[in-house]
Design a protein around this ligand. Structure first.
Ligand SMILES: Nc1ncnc2c1ncn2[C@@H]1O[C@H](COP(=O)(O)OP(=O)(O)OP(=O)(O)O)[C@@H](O)[C@H]1O
Length: 302
């Protein structure tokens, strides 16, 4: 069952389309990564979904209506650069957020205590936020977004500004939150997406290039390739290999040739025959598979 359905969502800033009519659905209970390089349109998309930015076109539909008939009560949102009232303590801040979400004082107090434990800052709950580390602030930001038990939690690059320990803490916390709510989080790091997410939306120049479960995408993007290194300049061999019938495409990466093929046996025979005939100074000739990483690198570099 889907939590949210987005159709033809578009945003134009000063005549420039930065989100180009994207459509997708998020299924209940899934953790979905909105993955894309800088400037892909991730923040703009999340801001439209959270109601902070008016779309130029398209529709955003929540499948379940909430009692207040306002999508903001179905969504928890942590912006990329959250602003806290730093003079407040973590607990006071959560109580304040609870009040804004129309929770009673009792409800807000119970929920705040529960979340402070969950995000592991209950020891520091009475300390001023200005004393918190980056990781603690980010975890408080997640708690803030969860105060009103949203159906969908959206986090904009929640780990990109953190040190390795902070990153680990927040990623572990997100894994736990998957049990409670559907998560959409933006990142430009494929590894983070793969570590905690089920599904992926790959965004580039405001368009969704790939979407689906990470497992399926991984399978779909596995195709055979040979990696060839030579003691010579690899450039000299590109033309010769490209002319072989069994070769699809060649990518030169860090001095190594990545030769994409369909028929492994035929390609191997053709390449090695040519190499022996011309006495190529081969250092490495190895079969490997392309991967989601290859796809992402191609997207990021284009
Ligand atoms: N308010 C605005 N006015 C004009 N252009 C904007 C505005 N907000 C974003 N943009 C442009 O829209 C494009 C997408 O920006 P956005 O912040 O959504 O990308 P992003 O994928 O979140 O990138 P990053 O990872 O760097 O945060 C960029 O080219 C950006 O300069």
């Amino acid at each position: 069952m889907s939590v949210i359905k987005v159709e033809q969502l578009k945003k134009v800033f000063k005549g420039k389309e930065v989100v180009k009519g994207i459509s997708f659905e998020l299924n209940k209970g899934r953790c979905v990564a909105l993955l894309g390089p800088n400037g892909a349109g991730k923040t703009t998309t999340l801001r439209m979904l959270s109601g902070l930015l008016k779309p130029s076109n398209g529709s955003i539909k929540f499948q379940e209506k909430n009692a207040l008939n306002d999508i903001r009560y179905s969504i928890g949102y942590l912006p990329q650069y959250p602003v806290f009232h730093s003079w407040m303590s973590g607990k006071e801040f959560l109580m304040y957020v609870g009040e804004l979400a129309y929770l009673s004082k009792k409800e807000a107090n119970e929920r705040a205590e529960e979340l402070l434990k969950k995000v592991a800052i209950d020891d520091a709950k009475n300390q001023r936020i200005s004393k918190y580390s980056g990781g603690m602030k980010q975890r408080l930001g997640i708690a803030q977004a969860m105060m009103h038990k949203p159906k969908l939690l959206m986090l904009d690059e929640p780990v990109s500004s953190l040190d390795p320990i902070g990153r680990r803490e927040v990623l572990t916390l997100m894994e736990e939150l998957k049990e409670e709510t559907t998560i959409l989080f933006s990142t430009h790091i494929l590894g983070d997406a793969e570590e905690i997410c089920d599904d992926l939306l790959l965004l580039h120049h405001g368009e969704i290039l790939e979407s689906g479960s990470i497992d399926d995408l991984r399978k779909r993007h596995q195709s055979p390739k040979f990696e060839l290194s030579l003691r010579d300049s690899a450039n000299k061999y590109v033309d010769k290999i490209e002319r072989l019938e069994s070769v699809n495409t060649i990518v030169l990466e860090k001095g190594e040739l990545h030769i994409f093929v369909n028929d492994i046996a035929r390609a191997r025979a053709e390449i090695l025959t040519k190499a022996v005939q011309e006495d190529w100074p081969i250092v490495k000739f190895e079969l490997s598979r392309t991967s989601l990483e290859d796809l992402f690198m191609k997207v990021v570099q284009s």
